[in-house]
Design a protein around this ligand. Structure first.
Ligand code: GLN
Ligand code: ZN
Length: 762
């Protein structure tokens, strides 16, 4: 039985790549130094995987920014607007063109926008979206893959396995940049370049090649399925003497199973962590010639593998296929896991014993193979860890479980229907038409971040820290009053991050020191780990919300993060459904909402920034997810009196097919990101006759650009054409914490003026 890995984190255990790239961009180091750092990371990764006993070790999984951008670069898919960069770049360094595509280029009189970025399937990793034109051509442009293979081969010999994004997924993950063609039709032009690449790697000595086809996890049209058939038949016809492995992950193959097993390749990888149930069907359909790679170790989470469970799957496969036709692997690339648990010396040892990061996961893969081959004594330590977690009081809290088990419809329903609540709110707040507000955070300046850093290091006392935060809060409130905003916020200066802030105060969460994962480019995130039943030992935000409310006569919003967003941006438990964990968080947030109300806060916003990104990959699974996600939100919102106004905020708001679920959240007010679509996203709300109040963002906070008054007023007019004016609020697209003060002030002054202008027009 062979073992393999599909991909290893490329940021370096100390985030060396982040630091080196940022220095390179700032002109502080040159390309030679950047390459040195990259080479050291690659070699360290390869050695780690060798030491772990991995048989097939990925190369070309390294990337200076993103593997999809690498693929565009390899295939010569470089949008025309960058040709100017290539001639400008004095050093003539290919990598500067590459970074220009990733980050945009503003130098030497050029101002070229970056390529679009979006989430990699259902992960929090972002890739650079390939752009396609009707007369798109492909050719080998970058030689990087061949160089990387050579250097891997020196160290790893035949174990070096180049990884490529497969041709069908490469097309499907991109976008047409003009009308009149479908990108999937480019497959005929694309495949010959893949054949050339594969043949070159074969000549260099590659024995295996991994082609990632994550789009096998999606709903595919007939044409897309045909593209798979065509591409792999064409490749098989023109390539021999090399073993092709097609890797799928993040979801079951479902109706794509027959297609996947019939591809003329050497091996197929399936994700048995997300979808263990698919093994039976795959085994039933698999032809004699095909090997099967079993993804049994979770590449997306931080928990130790349950060997006994994995062995059941492996034994089943071996029984049908024999050991020669089975490979053992992580479920997907380890890109999505933190790197090394050994660096986490501060985690409670009992809990640490339940965890595994990328490096440990490879050891697990190897141990599982050894056990499957008869070395059963390795089972004991694993079994002890699994049992310790299953029975630990740190995980299991009866009072929390009881509360979740007793959820009733009443827990998730406001006392009166929206029209009644709306009348009460009008009486209570007496707001003008088009009331103005913001989403919560104000600029987190260097000063504020430094305060927090000094406080954490013990250089500031709690009192000094809080006084400084109070000062920033007061100034922000004064300023909001001056410019005439109607509903104020406190600015969130006391918060590092909207999930971490709550995780730190809830039971059942832990934080790592080095558990970084790449989010995009040089940006890394360190998600909290939810290990146990979640509860709220004390008030979390009451102190700051009441402090802020006392500074003004205007309504002050209390500001909370919703349960789905907390779940979505954390590593979660794998020993209970996500739904259960979400409900536990929901009750903790509900109690906080009630505490805020009791403390006199009249408007409470529960952000569900990530509700849409939690959507399952397959449409058939959307309703189930949306039902529990929406219910969790309602649990948080339904413990208060009718007079209390509940807001929610959602980021990316393409809600076309799910608007009924958004309406079912029954928030009194929702503020959403819409401005970049020129209010187009509101059409779905209009069509549905969305009944509650809504604040479509009138300006994009992701750029420093200051929008003009008229521009925002005309967006408002557009919104008022679509929805009843009395239901409309005026606000930016999202929180302002990434912005600087000057543009924030200018933009919000214009926004308030735009609301006034719009009021006069109705
Ligand atoms: N209240 C949060 C803020 O303003 C919301 C952020 C978000 O939606 N991502 O920062
Ligand atoms: Zn947002």
């Amino acid at each position: 039985m062979l073992t393999q890995n599909l991909g290893y984190p490329r940021i370096g255990s100390q985030r060396q790549l982040k630091k080196a790239s940022e220095q390179y961009w700032a002109g502080k180091i040159d390309l030679r130094e950047l390459n040195k750092v990259a080479q050291a990371i690659k070699e360290q990764n390869w050695n780690t995987q060798l030491d772990a006993g991995t048989d097939l070790i990925p190369c070309n999984d390294f990337s200076f920014y993103d593997q999809v951008l690498d693929t565009s670069f390899l295939l010569g898919n470089i949008p025309h607007r960058y040709s100017a960069v290539l001639s400008e770049i004095k050093s003539n360094q290919e990598i500067d063109l590459y970074f220009a595509m990733a980050r945009g280029y503003q130098k030497d009189g050029l101002d070229i926008t970056a390529m679009e970025m979006t989430k990699w399937l259902d992960t929090n990793y972002h890739y650079i979206v390939p752009e396609f034109n009707a007369n798109q051509e492909f050719r080998i442009f970058s030689e990087a893959i061949f160089g990387e293979y050579n250097s891997a081969k020196k160290l790893l010999g035949e174990k070096a396995k180049p990884v490529l994004l497969g041709p069908v997924s490469y097309l499907l993950l991109g976008k047409e940049k003009e009308q009149g063609f479908e990108r999937i039709d480019l497959i005929k032009k694309l495949v010959p370049v893949y054949i050339e690449i594969i043949n070159r790697l074969r000549l260099q000595g590659a024995v295996w090649i991994q082609l990632d086809e994550p789009c096998f996890a999606l709903d595919l049209s007939k044409k897309e399925k045909e593209a798979f058939e065509y591409a792999y038949r064409a490749i098989a016809n023109r390539v021999s003497g090399i073993k092709l492995l097609v890797a799928t992950y993040f979801e079951a193959l479902l109706d794509n199973t027959q297609l996947a097993v019939s591809l003329p390749v050497h091996a197929l990888h399936i994700d048995l962590v997300r979808a263990p149930e698919q093994l039976d069907e795959v085994l039933a359909l698999i032809p004699e010639r095909l090997k099967l790679s079993l993804g049994v170790v979770d590449g997306r989470n931080v928990w130790k593998n349950d060997y006994a469970k994995s062995l059941v799957l492996i034994n089943k496969a071996v029984e049908k296929l024999g050991t020669d036709r089975v490979l053992i692997a992580p479920s997907c690339s380890l890109l999505h896991s933190p790197i090394d648990l050994e660096l986490e010396t501060a985690i409670d040892p009992e809990i640490r014993n339940w965890m595994a990061f990328a490096k440990q996961k490879l050891t697990e893969v190897n141990e599982i193979r050894q056990i499957a081959e008869g070395k059963t004594m390795l089972l004991e330590a694993n079994k002890a860890a699994i049992e310790s977690r299953a029975s630990s009081q740190k995980v299991h809290r009866q009072e929390v479980k009881k509360r979740i088990a007793a959820i009733s419809e009443a827990d998730a329903t406001r006392k009166s229907a929206f029209p009644i609540r709306q009348r009460l709110h009008q009486q209570r707040f007496n707001l003008p038409t088009f009331p103005t507000t913001t989403i919560g955070s104000f600029p987190q300046t260097e000063d504020i971040r430094q305060l927090r850093a000094m406080f954490k290091k013990g250089e500031l006392s709690l009192k000094q820290y809080e006084q400084a935060i109070e000062q920033a809060t007061i100034e922000t409130i004064r300023w909001q009053e001056e410019i005439g905003l109607d509903v104020l916020v406190h600015g969130e200066f006391e918060r590092n991050d909207m999930v971490e802030y709550f995780g730190e105060q809830l039971d059942g969460f832990l934080f790592t020191k080095n558990g970084w994962v790449q989010s995009y480019g040089s940006r890394c995130v360190k998600p909290p780990v939810i290990y146990g039943d979640v509860s709220r030992p004390a008030d979390m935000t009451v102190r700051w919300s009441t402090f802020a409310a006392a500074q003004t006569d205007k309504p002050m919003k209390g500001m909370l993060t919703g349960p789905v967003t907390i779940l979505q941006w954390s590593f979660v438990r794998d020993d209970q459904p996500r739904e259960t964990t979400t409900n536990q968080i929901a009750f903790a947030i509900r109690d906080e909402v009630i505490a805020l109300e009791a403390a006199g806060i009249a408007i409470i916003q529960i952000d569900e920034a990530a509700i849409r990104e939690g959507l399952p990959l397959r449409k058939a699974k959307h309703p189930h997810y949306l039902n529990w996600a929406v219910k969790a939100f309602r649990i948080t919102a339904s413990g208060v009196r009718d007079e209390t106004q509940i807001h929610t905020h959602m980021c990316y708001s393409e809600f076309n097919n799910i608007i009924e679920h958004i309406a079912a959240m029954d928030a009194d007010v929702i503020t959403i990101e819409t401005s970049r679509s020129q209010m187009e996203l509101l059409q779905a709300f209009a069509h549905f006759e969305y009944p509650n109040e809504i604040g479509p963002g009138v300006y994009d906070i992701h750029s420093p650009r200051v929008p003009g008054t008229e521009e925002m007023a005309s967006l408002l007019a557009k919104a008022a054409d679509l929805l009843p004016a009395r239901n409309l609020w005026v606000n930016p697209d999202c929180g302002l914490k990434t912005r600087k003060w000057p543009e924030t002030k200018a933009a919000l002054e214009n926004m308030v003026a735009a609301a006034r202008m719009a009021r006069e027009q109705i």
